[in-house]
Design a protein around this ligand. Structure first.
Ligand code: IMP
Length: 429
């Protein structure tokens, strides 16, 4: 196993949790580099389904060290809840987890601002997860954020006072929302001091030592490339860089310390929240195409963090090609292939058309992306069951033809194919 970055390359929810979970036993370290409690992956602990938001998927493996890098934003209350769920299930989290001392903390006022801003935006809202992600990253860039290491700083009180004065002015005067009390913030800071500070570490130092010792590292992304604040469908994006390059800045490693980039995408497309989605077929707002409904129902397309129904549509080869370029993807992991079983025909978007012109890359302007018409290739579907297939020979010829066409259109080999939720439902190519 080499040092690999594993990232989502659509609009998030590509099934990264399962792929990372599969790779984790073969690596020594799993490291998260961006995002926060807006991400979510479901784990089965005993007979109970559990959603983890911050903690890397590798936490279940005895010999795997899990790192939360400086590029992430951490909600102390939620992270402690996750730790406690795992501890209750007998997993010695504190022995396996380290948190960068440079991590930004999500404090109660970040959530309040996130919610109040969405309300104020009305119909133009982003559809955020409401976890305070945007306001926390804003504070980081504005240099008023509170990092884990700042909990030991003697000017913390002053900085919190200044932040609250500013935030409560915004909340009350401008957004007409309730103010946040100092008591609420202090309670969160106390919790972080008590439970998270003991896990604070110099993550770049740990990584350098591990890499020097020949250990293998899995860099785990959250969300997807189309939600990247620079390369995604701005402004309908998250507030961090989700692309492979962010792994370097978000953990403190160099480009020479990465060998491969695994781009994870579904065999179709989903999106939650607002924003352009050229190949969309189905959504909770009344778009009702039967193939999209098939994907939503068979794929159980509901957000793991918010429970919101996801919008669904055909595989968008323009989006995935764009992602292959901006991330330097070396191999594709295609998930949920089995969800397409039973469709009479399957479409693949290979280009866009805008005002009579053919576009082969994603326009930077959201209004233009909203106006494009997808150019589809239609391939015959299959009635056979691919659920749980473990070799290419078990796939019907039409499914294999779709994969081959995806490789050609996206200019990237498929190296993994997931055919069901279980760990064993995988084909390595
Ligand atoms: P935020 O990250 O909560 O600010 O939300 C910004 C946008 O990113 C919204 O459209 C969210 O639905 C979307 N988003 C954030 N995290 C995820 C994720 O893990 N999966 C899918 N969409 C996400």
């Amino acid at each position: 196993m080499t040092n690999t970055i594993a990232i989502g390359i659509q609009w998030g929810d590509e099934g990264k949790g399962k792929i990372v979970d599969l790779l984790a036993p073969d690596v020594d370290v799993v490291a998260r580099f961006q995002g926060g409690p807006n991400a979510g992956h479901t784990l089965v602990l005993g007979d109970k389904k559990t959603v983890l938001n911050h903690i890397p998927s590798g936490i279940l493996h005895e010999d795997t060290l899990c790192l939360i890098g400086n590029g992430t934003v951490v909600d102390p209350k939620r992270l402690v809840e996750e730790m406690d769920m795992l501890i209750e299930a007998g997993i010695p989290v504190t022995e396996r987890l380290k948190i960068s001392e440079r991590c930004q903390l999500i404090l109660p006022y970040h959530r309040s601002l996130d919610a109040a801003r969405e309300v104020a935006k009305g119909k133009a809202k982003i559809g955020t997860t409401g976890k305070g992600i945007g306001p926390c990253y804003e504070d980081k860039t504005a240099r008023r954020g509170i990092r884990l290491v700042d909990l030991t700083s003697d000017d913390l009180d002053e900085r919190i006072d200044a932040n609250l004065e500013y935030v409560n002015f915004m909340l009350v005067e401008y957004l007409k929302a309730a103010p946040v009390s100092r008591m609420e913030v202090d309670a969160m800071l106390d919790l972080a001091r008590e439970r998270l500070l003991p896990l604070a570490a110099d993550v770049p130092l740990i990584l350098q030592r591990r890499i020097k010792a020949g250990d293998s590292i899995l860099y785990e992304g959250a969300q997807g490339s189309m939600l990247d604040v620079d390369h995604g469908t701005y402004p309908f994006v998250t507030s961090s860089n989700t692309v492979a390059g962010a792994a370097l800045a978000g953990l403190g490693v160099g480009p020479g310390q990465v060998d491969a980039v695994l781009g994870i995408c579904k065999a179709y497309t989903t999106r939650v929240g607002a924003g352009p989605f050229p190949t969309e077929l189905y959504n909770a707002e009344g778009m009702e195409c039967p193939s999209g409904k098939h994907m939503a129902e068979k794929g159980n397309e509901f957000g793991s963090t918010t429970g919101r129904p996801r919008r669904t549509g055909w595989f968008d080869g323009v989006v995935v090609q764009h992602a292959v370029r901006i991330n330097g993807v070396t191999g594709l992991a295609i998930t949920k292939m089995d969800v397409l079983d039973g469709l009479e025909e399957v479409k693949l978007c290979v280009a866009y058309e805008l005002d009579g012109e053919r576009l082969e890359s994603v326009p930077a302007c959201c209004k233009q992306l909203e106006a494009v018409e997808p150019v589809y290739e239609t391939l015959p579907g299959w009635s056979e069951n691919t659920f749980g297939a473990t070799s290419m020979e078990q796939l019907p010829a039409n499914a294999r033809a779709l994969l081959k066409r995806i490789e050609e259109v996206c200019d990237c080999p498929v190296t993994m194919l997931s055919t069901g939720p279980d760990r064993s439902h995988i084909i390595h190519l």
